[in-house]
Design a protein around this ligand. Structure first.
Ligand SMILES: Cc1cc2nc3c(=O)[nH]c(=O)nc-3n(C[C@H](O)[C@H](O)[C@H](O)COP(=O)(O)OP(=O)(O)OC[C@H]3O[C@@H](n4cnc5c(N)ncnc54)[C@H](O)[C@@H]3O)c2cc1C
Length: 301
């Protein structure tokens, strides 16, 4: 029995799919379904839905799953996936960019480039949504979301909608204080005046560097572990002899060993077991315990 057995969902103007597949779109292409996969029509729809959803039903927001292992038993309760109606990106005075929670990082970076707003180029290299980036404090090339965020709009688990200024988000490395069950529906970013051609060149440089160093065309979940203070996770993994290590059809990438791959038929359990084996070997070799960066959700079988 799960908390939401026999659950009748509140009214929704968007859609709700019982047993909706997550493996069909998340980057690893593994894992079980959502008990309910919900796509609200707009913020008001989401807020009303969450307000009426019984408190004991867990709510898990999900972007495009570029930093996610969904376990093979699937995810109890409600998984919220924001649809395209949450993907608008607009430019505002003062070098600001307002983006919906479902907008992709590359779309935000491109809109900023076209408007001559510099400072958001790093989002070009992060293949997730604005909601995921705000939640994860995503970053690259020395910048993180916390360096460019003005405020974020969140719909809390009880259905109340609030605009949180930067300092309320409690950002540290790859961490925010976005509460459990809260959905980031919009963010306001601020850059500086820049030249579109220069910004575009920097975005191209980022794209080329990524292509050369990361397994972008593979079924992966991005950086598996956080960089421990003063260390690079990939170097520790390499030194522990884990490059290319396999469990079933899950493998440590040969190209970038802080990335795990689904070679084709891996289960989420194999991917997670491989990650745990890497942590053990790195601990044995270096006495450093790696901390998962990839979010793991759902239940084992
Ligand atoms: C090839 C590759 C390269 C990557 N490079 C980088 C990099 O350089 N830097 C970096 O930081 N990351 C990187 N990542 C990881 C990933 O892209 C980021 O963490 C991204 O921000 C995740 O966004 P997402 O929409 O895919 O979120 P998901 O993976 O779907 O979810 C991640 C977390 O965010 C939460 N979440 C998602 N949407 C919302 C929302 N609307 N409201 C509240 N919570 C939400 C989920 O519950 C989960 O806890 C990379 C991933 C890949 C596959």
């Amino acid at each position: 029995m799960t908390a939401s057995d026999q659950l009748t969902l509140p009214q929704l103007e968007g859609s709700a799919e019982r047993g909706g597949s997550l493996a069909s779109f998340i980057w690893f292409r593994t894992g079980g379904p959502a008990e309910w996969l919900v796509r609200p029509k707009d913020e008001a729809d989401l807020a009303r839905f969450l307000a009426e959803l019984p408190n004991e039903v867990p709510v898990t927001p999900i972007g495009v799953g570029s930093n996610l292992i969904v376990r093979d038993g699937g995810v109890d309760g409600v998984v919220v996936r924001l649809p395209k109606s949450f993907a608008d990106v607009t430019i505002e005075p003062g070098n600001k960019v307002r983006a919906g929670g479902a907008a992709m990082g590359i779309t935000v970076a491109s809109a900023a480039r076209d408007a001559g707003v510099a400072g958001l180029e790093f989002l070009r290299g992060i293949p997730g949504t604005v909601g995921g980036a705000v939640r994860m404090n995503a970053g690259a090339y020395g910048r993180e979301v916390k360096d460019v965020l003005v405020e974020a709009r969140v719909v809390l688990r009880d259905g109340s909608a609030e605009t949180w200024p930067l300092d309320k988000l409690g950002y540290t490395y790859r961490h925010s204080d976005v509460p459990e069950g809260a959905v980031v529906v919009e963010a306001l970013f601020k850059g500086t005046p820049g030249d579109s051609a220069t910004i575009g060149a920097e975005m191209d440089r980022i794209a080329a560097e990524r292509e050369a160093s990361q397994p972008l065309r593979s079924r992966t979940g991005g950086s598996t572990f956080k960089n421990p203070p003063g260390h690079k996770a990939w170097a520790l993994i390499d030194s522990a002899g884990c490059r290319g290590l396999r469990v079933g059809d899950a493998q440590v990438s040969e190209k970038h060993c802080n990335f795990l791959l689904n070679l084709g038929n891996a289960t989420s359990a194999e991917i997670e077991d491989l990650g745990e084996e890497v942590r053990r070997r790195v601990m044995d070799k270096t006495n450093i315990l790696l901390e998962w960066e990839i979010q793991r959700i759902g239940s084992y079988d």
